[in-house]
Design a protein around this ligand. Structure first.
Ligand code: NDP
Length: 283
């Protein structure tokens, strides 16, 4: 018998409602891996000590969520090039004695877009609603994957402009900013529209303020809100004939990429998706 599991987990605060444990442990169980995923409430002033604890206890890795994605970097030994560009880490993996920071959020979106949406981002034009942490991770990956144009639509210029500059200065993409002051009309040449705002996250029933009549059947419309997976935004886009992609897929794939980084095994994506759907009460 081996009574000592490999340890992984999550640092955040507040963190009690984060369902990642359900998805990751379902994956470990399905592959018969003696691995655990522990959800840990870590206050910002204790982050350095908590990372020291990971090293001391030989954790295989962790995820970081709000508010640690930026601050954790100072405690790591190295950071992947894309996470460095974003300035944010959501996954830490151990390589020997070293802790390496990665960011799987944007990669999770890319995988959902490619595998579930059938969209190759190369040469495509994107409209991204919102400019927060998730938008930052996603747009960097889209730009590195060869997107032609990314238009960022956001209320707050102070959040959007640094992101637009970062993309234009460090990647080949053409990035632009549109202040979100009134109902936004999607430009007809757009290929993919993504809602990265928190509008529509349970229990908020609202939808982003766009002119839904400007959504065309040839567009792919994505929401990264994982709960509920079927948002009003997606309902209205589907009613216009557009193909839609929900945020559950992105959440599952970003976890699946972390699963592979930690364990070396391909993640059982369907098992993980079902576990999450059950946790959200949609199955
Ligand atoms: P942030 O707080 O960093 O950013 C929130 C963004 O939403 C900002 O751009 C903000 O605009 C905008 N926003 C919020 N409310 C409104 C509103 N009423 N009108 C217009 N804009 C608004 O959050 P994150 O980027 O970390 O997360 C955003 C969402 O993405 C969350 O709901 C989260 O659950 C989800 N998410 C999903 C993931 C997945 O795997 N599916 C992964 C990560 C996040 P402003 O700058 O003007 O304030």
């Amino acid at each position: 018998m081996d009574y000592k599991p490999q340890l992984t987990g999550l640092f955040g605060t507040p963190v009690a409602e984060n369902p990642s444990v359900v998805m990751l442990e379902a994956g470990f169980h399905a592959l018969n891996l003696n691995w655990r995923y522990i959800t840990m409430e870590v206050q910002p002033e204790n982050l350095g000590a908590a990372v020291g604890g990971l090293r001391a206890m030989g954790f295989a890795g962790i995820n970081c969520t709000v508010p640690h994605k930026v601050a954790v970097i100072q405690y790591l030994d190295d950071v992947s090039p894309d996470a460095r560009l974003m300035g944010a880490v959501n996954t830490v993996r151990r390589e020997g004695d070293r802790l390496i920071g990665e960011n799987t959020d944007g990669k999770g979106f890319l995988r959902a877009l490619r595998e579930d949406g059938g969209v190759d981002p190369t040469g495509k034009r994107f409209v991204v609603l919102g400019a927060g942490g998730a938008a930052r991770a996603m747009t960097v990956e889209l730009a590195l994957a060869g997107a032609a144009e990314i238009i960022i639509v956001n209320r707050t210029a102070a959040r959007a402009l640094p992101l637009v500059n970062l993309l234009n200065e460090n990647t080949p993409v053409r990035a632009g900013y549109v202040p979100w002051e009134e109902t936004y009309a999607i430009p007809p040449e757009t290929d993919v529209v993504v809602n990265t705002t928190s509008i529509g996250l349970y229990p908020d029933p609202n939808k982003p303020d766009i002119d839904y009549d400007t959504i065309m059947p040839a567009m792919v419309v994505c929401d990264i809100i994982p709960n509920p997976p079927q948002t009003r935004f997606l309902d209205l886009a589907a009613a216009r004939g557009a193909k839609t992609l929900d945020g559950l897929g992105m959440l599952v794939y970003q976890g699946a990429i972390g699963f592979k980084l930690w364990t070396g095994h391909d993640a059982p994506v369907d098992v993980m998706r079902n576990a999450l759907a059950e946790a959200f009460g949609v199955k």
